[in-house]
Design a protein around this ligand. Structure first.
Ligand code: B12
Ligand code: SF4
Ligand code: SF4
Length: 341
């Protein structure tokens, strides 16, 4: 069974496949509880809403017997941090430079699920990627895909830090793989690379300080202390992933859906700042960026403009100081003042 599933998953393009029981140790719950108690999830209230289900697969679905953990490689061809040096350009994190990975992964997980149900019709399955109350990283580690590195993401000896994760919960009893073991050793590269000092300790992330959270999940004004360190990162951040030494074993992905779109590789801040709602929706159709909406996006672009040290962009910022969205207008005033200083 396992071999057949593995072969079919590889045929569908998955790059890492492992099997584990539909359980997580009590320590996963304890660590999630601590993260929530210390309010490190910030405004992501949905993290706390279904914590019991998140911490235990059978609390989400009592019939689940096994979990198939799947990874899809998205290692970039180019240096993912190169755009950070182009200050009048926007830096978009690698995962968001083309199609939404949720759609890509979900359709493949469903294809694998359909194949499994045809082959073993007595079983029930459920497929998940990202948004469900599932602790994907601990499950992937338990299924042998790698280990949770000090940056908290799953690292693989073959694919480095560049794997998207998805899961199939099934009622089939599948023998488990040996769990992944930690190979971080004395390395601290990811911890030192973080521009906002978001790691209170190795293996622990304070999401409220993470640029990924601030640019994607956070509503309202970006707190002042994080504005300068954001640089030109307008959607997500890859710094801690990109410096991981295990990336040297990663081979660039060959997924057309993840090939960077020219318009999103090193786009001009000035052009992004001019987008109205319709222009924003058209440009980001099918992209994960669409989810944050025009106002949050323009807020981020204005912070990058304020950090650009490019006086020619001051006019662009000033034009937005009377934007109907108060958060955009405040960011525009901040950017304009920074460029005047
Ligand atoms: C919430 C969330 C975020 C939040 C919070 C991130 C976080 N680390 O918790 C924010 C918005 C900041 C975020 C950012 C990013 N995310 Co995110 N995110 C999630 C989500 C939805 C839940 C994660 C979660 O449960 N966090 C709660 C904490 C408590 O759990 P944890 O991180 O596993 O914490 C563990 C450690 O703290 C550990 N621990 C604590 N103390 C100790 C001590 C020791 C000794 C050890 C060993 C461990 C340990 O135990 C905890 C439980 O296992 C998952 C999808 C999912 N459903 O799982 C995607 C997910 C983790 N994100 C993903 C990605 C790609 C990113 C970004 C790279 C995107 C980007 N480029 O901007 C960044 C990376 C930032 C980072 N360094 O983590 C991928 C990661 C893939 C991978 N290879 O791991 C996931 C799995 C989505 C997916 N399906 O592919 N994300
Ligand atoms: S994604 Fe960026 S801001 Fe977030 S922890 Fe990693 S390096 Fe820090
Ligand atoms: S950069 Fe170093 S410490 Fe961080 S996850 Fe990679 S190996 Fe571990």
């Amino acid at each position: 069974m396992r071999d057949a599933i593995r072969t079919e998953a590889e045929r569908l393009g998955f790059t890492a496949i492992g099997f584990t029981a539909a359980t997580l140790p009590a320590e996963a719950r304890a660590r999630l509880d601590r993260f929530l108690a210390e309010e490190m999830h910030g405004g992501m209230g949905w993290m706390a809403d279904r914590a019991a289900q998140r911490a235990h697969p059978r609390a989400l679905w009592p019939e689940a017997v096994s979990v198939i953990a799947l990874g899809l490689n998205y290692a970039p061809e180019e240096d993912p941090l190169a755009t950070l040096r182009q200050r009048d350009r926007a830096s978009i994190s690698v995962y968001a430079r083309n199609r939404d990975y949720h759609d890509v992964l979900k359709s493949r997980l469903k294809a694998l699920g359909r194949w499994m149900v045809q082959r073993w019709p007595e079983q029930l399955i459920k497929v998940f990627v990202d948004t469900a109350p599932v602790m994907e990283k601990p499950l992937a580690q338990q299924a042998g895909l790698g280990w949770q590195g000090k940056h908290t993401n799953l690292v693989s000896r073959r694919h480095g830090s560049w794997l998207f994760l998805g899961e199939i919960y099934t009622t089939l009893a599948l023998p488990p793989d040996p769990p992944g073991t930690d190979h971080c050793g004395s390395c601290r590269a990811c911890l030192s690379a973080c521009p906002t000092d978001a790691f209170p300790a190795p293996y622990r992330l304070d999401a409220r300080r993470c640029i990924s959270y601030l640019t994607i999940e956070h509503r309202g004004p970006i707190p002042e202390e994080f504005r300068a360190p954001m640089g030109n990162r307008i959607y997500g951040c890859d710094d801690c992933l990109a410096v991981c030494p295990w990336n040297r074993f990663a081979r660039a992905h060959s997924e057309p859906a993840f090939a960077p779109r020219a318009a999103l590789t090193a786009p001009k801040l000035e052009e992004f700042a001019r987008l109205d709602d319709a222009g924003f929706r058209a440009l980001f159709s099918g992209s994960p960026i669409k989810r944050i909406g025009r106002d949050r996006f323009i807020r981020n672009v204005l912070i990058a403009i304020g950090n650009s040290a490019t006086p020619a962009l001051r006019e662009t910022a000033e034009a937005l100081t009377h934007d109907p969205d108060p958060v955009v207008a405040e960011a525009a005033r901040w950017a304009s003042a920074r460029l005047a200083a």
